[in-house]
Write a protein that binds this ligand. Sequence first.
Ligand code: SNW
Length: 262
Amino acid sequence: MALMVACIGAGLVSRAAAADDNPYGLIDAKVISVGTMSDDKPSTFTLADGTFTGFDVELFLNVAGRLGFKPEQVIFTGQEFSALMPSVANGRFDVAVASIGTTEARKKTVDFSDGYRVGYLTVLTADKTITDIPALKGKRVGVVQGTLQEIYATKNFTGADLVRFPDNNSAVVALNNGTIDAHFLDDEPAKDYAKRYSDLRPAISFPSFDAPAGFVVRKGNDAFRAALSTGLHAAMEDGTWKTLYQKWFPGAPMPDQYLPKN
Ligand code: SNW
């Protein structure tokens, strides 16, 4: 009995010390471990040397800086989209950063920072007959597993033959070799693939304004979630958000909820 009491006492002490040294409940107090994607340009992608960059990555690095983390203390790891939220939930990453739309369904397993971007879900194709949803009937349409596109297409693309892919690159390879007729993804990566492959064009877009992208943290990690939201608002207020948005999405409509108030 005496032994048990001693153990419990020691446990409490070390947990209190851990909270002081590790206010954000990170896996390793000195680094932020980030799950992201390598083929979602211009939001999150890798350069030839393996470095992660893009709008979401630079915005996250800026926010992390406001929490006292230098760029070298932020470790990005590329994963398939469908693995990101489960990996945060089970403690493999502290946060997931990949244009992840905030929804009630996702909030059952993870928590979200305040939003940092809203945009459209877009059908990318070389097929000139695809101009609206009814035209997708009988077509093979790619979606990345676990995305809002998968859910939206399942509900709304009646008569289309959905083909699930682990990532955008494999879907676009299939699109370019004719295995699928269209790929359904986020607006900005769709525009980027259309720039790279001149046959492809963004053909149909649907607003996804009710699901703003947020940073995904472990459920109940409120200190980290709140600090990220505070950092995001500071980045919006001092114009950092606007500068990064214009750098990575030139010409895109700019939602004013993320711009400085005065
Ligand atoms: O809901 C949109 C949001 O409005 C903005 O356009 C950024 O993308 C979204 O968050 C949707 N993104 C998809 C999702 O959350 C796919 C993410 C991805 O492919 N990286 O499922």
